[in-house]
Design a protein around this ligand. Structure first.
Ligand SMILES: [Mn+2]
Length: 326
């Protein structure tokens, strides 16, 4: 059920307000906090935007371009009212979780949340929780506060909607209506919205992807394509990229010079997993660990091994294990 927030904005004037994003704040979370910051400002209420310990690349870019300041790891004890944007779970606070819980237990802090995710058992206990059916938290804020919206707020609402629908992979009639309305009110072009949502991959990482492709060895086992490659950094995103290129299973290993530790990242396509009832941890990395020692982690489709063994040896053993298994 949609609860329409009724705020006595004048009573907020005396409060010390933190607008808190989730950790690794994405565009929806950060744009939502920015919209609410502007609404409060319009009402003569001061507030600070905070992120637990990390903000993602796109949000950082957004904050630079729009000149929106924020505090990393804010001192929670300086505030008495905390608004949460785009999350309702303590775990989404990352390392900030413990100081947040500690402050909630030791002083009287009002917590008010705006979120489009369904709250579950164990969600952060808010004084007020404003949730509703929406594809992004910015869309939710638009539903709640459209009377207060200015062109720039409409623009930020569009950014959250584009981002959280994965560029409209999901949506419905009302989403497109809302997006269209907000875009026209924002006095901006669709291209302006798109420009914020573009994934910015650092040059080093892009070079690493190209090297991974250049060094790729292609092995056919039955109908499946297994690809191995070597990189000393970025093994994990490179393994994902090789899957995008067409591998059923990708294995990227490399040794870090300083520590001598070899990291192996692997990815398995969901069709491959289904056809072979295959789990990277159980069927590949556990047998690998039995042979070579080291540490393993991950899940059925994306996993990692770390140990002190030559990368080529690790890769060839992996191929043998897969060959045997399928
Ligand atoms: Mn969201």
């Amino acid at each position: 059920m949609v609860v329409k927030p009724r705020f006595d904005f004048s009573s907020l004037k005396k409060k010390k307000i933190l607008l808190l994003c989730h950790d690794n704040a994405d565009l929806d979370s950060f744009a939502s906090a920015s919209i609410f910051h502007l609404i409060l400002k319009k009402k003569g209420v001061n507030s600070n935007i905070g992120v637990p310990s990390h903000i993602n690349e796109q949000s950082l870019n957004f904050s630079f371009k729009e000149r929106i300041s924020f505090t990393k790891n804010p001192n929670i004890n300086l505030f008495d009212t905390v608004f949460l944007f785009d999350f309702n779970d303590f775990d989404q606070l990352g390392k900030f979780k413990s100081s947040f819980i500690c402050a909630l237990n030791s002083k009287n802090i009002s917590v008010i949340s705006f979120d489009h995710h369904v709250p579950e058992k164990g969600s952060i206990d808010s004084k007020a929780r404003f949730v509703g059916k929406a594809f992004s938290t910015t869309q939710l804020l638009y539903h709640f506060f459209k009377k207060e919206f200015s062109p720039i707020m409409y623009f930020y609402a569009c950014i959250g909607m584009l981002e959280d629908t994965g560029h409209f992979i999901v949506g419905d009639n009302s989403l497109f209506e809302d997006f269209s309305f907000c875009l026209s009110k924002s006095k901006k072009e669709f291209l302006d919205v798109l420009s914020f949502s573009k994934t910015i991959v650092p040059r080093d990482e892009r070079i690493a992807f190209l090297k991974a492709a250049q060094r790729a060895k292609i092995i056919s086992i039955k109908d499946f394509v297994i690809v191995t490659s070597e990189l000393s950094f970025y093994q994990s995103p490179a393994a994902s990229k090789l899957l995008d290129f067409g591998a059923d299973v990708s294995l990227v290993a490399g040794r870090e010079e300083k520590t001598g530790i070899t990291t192996l990242s692997c990815r398995a396509d969901s069709v491959f997993k289904g056809k072979n009832n295959f789990n990277l941890v159980k069927d590949l990395l556990s047998p690998l660990q039995k042979n070579l020692g080291g540490e393993i982690g991950g899940h059925s489709g994306a996993a990692q091994w770390k140990g002190n063994v030559d990368p080529q040896k690790v890769l060839s053993l992996c191929v043998l294990i897969i060959e045997k298994r399928i």
